[in-house]
Design a protein around this ligand. Structure first.
Ligand SMILES: [Zn+2]
Length: 69
């Protein structure tokens, strides 16, 4: 993904994909970490269309489909 310099400066940066995923897992909406070509760190994006879903998001959706116990 191409990141514009303004977006890079504005966004939170994460040193690793794991750190970014941890934050994404706690967010109330789907977020996807991606490697930024400018700062070489990770940002989160809510543009998840066409992206592979992270494991926690697959789990979350699976749980939503299951009937409550
Ligand atoms: Zn960046």
């Amino acid at each position: 993904m191409r990141t514009r310099p303004g977006i890079c400066r504005r966004k939170a940066r994460y040193a690793s994909e794991e750190a970014a995923l941890e934050v994404a897992a706690r967010a109330p909406f789907p977020l996807r970490p991606y490697r930024c070509a400018l700062c070489r760190q990770y940002h989160l994006t809510s543009r998840t269309k066409g992206m592979r879903l992270p494991r926690f998001e697959i789990e979350r959706r699976r749980k939503l489909k299951e009937p409550a116990p």
